[in-house]
Design a protein. Structure first.
Length: 365
């Protein structure tokens, strides 16, 4: 009896380790993003920098054509096939069909949350469909047919993507039992999370510290690079800035906000402190653009970044990007609330440098 109990416990441990092995194997295979490789090879840019920024077949089809889409499809099916067949070969004797199911789940997790891309990945539609077909060909094809029919009738791809694993849940419970049914529920939850219409959280600031402190751990975050005055982000938030921001950076668009002269908003007699100023006031009867030269005061602005940070140009650049973000991300366009955080660092820097009651601070909007 004791030997029988030890043997049973050993088999349970082997089965548990087999499940872990299958999930890890699937995750490693899934974390290879085929779309990223195809985008770099065929388009010359990261898949995260083009179109919607999603490293998937639909985005590559739109940006690179049918050839790119077919390569991504073949690669995603191939990595799912490799994971499921390998795990069935190694753990099939102990787990049976569940070996492919755990490998498929791991592959979906790897595709959606790859560790080497700071857990920013694709949607996992192809991996999900391929895994279900490899787990149970008849049930998987039936589920894919339901999803495809929904897309053809509604034209809404996320609906079909969520319906594929959803349609597999009940047959999985009836045919293979609760464990496979539960794994299918997990696949459905992941797919729903990836395609559910969520709110956008976007933060933009001139300085990195302000942007990160304001944004916290989530959303998309952008700030000015002190070297080139380009808009940048961190790999923690996104692998790269979107393509449209990248184009703006190439054109050095932020430098166009730097004005040759800093003009006051009001007449000189409307300000309290006008003894030591950098702003030039126009003469009352002079022509436009003529007037007193700046009288000094404040920091010496050594480069373009400081000219943005210590003049109203910094606020203008931040607000300009904020307007573009609203248009590009369609913030506030639907019933789901969105959050746009804007930090005007130039106002704070100018107030610190010249004083809160200075002409410069009062002339910064």
């Amino acid at each position: 009896m004791k030997q029988s109990g030890n043997k049973h416990k050993l088999e349970e441990e082997e089965t548990k380790m087999g499940r872990i092995f299958c999930i890890l194997t699937g995750y490693l295979c899934g974390s290879f993003l085929t779309a990223e490789l195809v985008a770099q090879e065929r388009i010359g840019k990261s898949a995260f920098e083009i179109g919607t920024g999603n490293p998937g077949m639909a985005n590559l089809a739109e940006q690179g054509g049918v050839g790119c889409a077919f390569r991504v499809l073949a690669g995603d099916v191939g990595k799912t096939l490799l994971a499921c067949l390998l795990c069935r070969y190694v753990c099939g004797a102990k787990l049976g069909t569940l070996a492919a199911a755990y490998a498929g789940l791991g592959c979906i997790l790897g595709h959606d949350y790859p560790f080497w891309h700071w857990f920013h990945g694709g949607k996992g539609v192809t991996c999900n469909a391929a895994a279900l077909i490899l787990i149970w060909p008849m049930g998987g094809l039936f589920s894919c047919l339901i999803g495809l029919t929904a897309v053809l009738f509604t034209g809404y791809l996320p609906l079909g993507a969520v319906l594929i694993p959803t349609a597999f849940i009940l047959p999985a419970f009836l045919e293979y039992g609760p464990e496979l049914g539960f794994l299918t529920v997990l696949m459905t939850f992941i797919m729903l999370r990836q395609h559910a219409p969520g709110s956008h959280t976007v933060t933009v600031a001139a300085e990195a510290v302000s942007a990160v402190v304001t944004a916290g751990r989530g959303g998309e975050v952008f700030w000015l690079d002190p070297g080139r005055c380009d808009w940048v982000t961190s790999p923690y938030y996104a692998p790269a800035v979107p393509e449209w921001i990248d184009r703006s950076n190439d054109e050095r668009y932020n430098l166009s906000y730097i004005a040759s002269e800093w003009r006051p908003l009001l007449d000189r007699d409307r300000y309290v402190n006008t003894r030591n100023i950098r702003i030039g006031f126009p003469e009352k009867r002079g022509k436009r653009g003529e007037g007193r030269q700046p009288e000094g005061g404040g920091p010496e602005l050594a480069d373009d970044y400081e000219r943005l940070l210590y003049t109203p140009a910094g606020n203008t650049a931040v607000l300009g990007l904020a307007k573009q973000l609203i248009a590009q991300y369609k913030l506030g366009a639907d019933a789901t609330p969105d959050l746009l955080c804007v930090c005007l660092d130039a106002s704070r820097r100018i107030s610190e440098a010249y004083g809160p009651e200075s002409v410069e601070a009062k002339s910064t909007c």
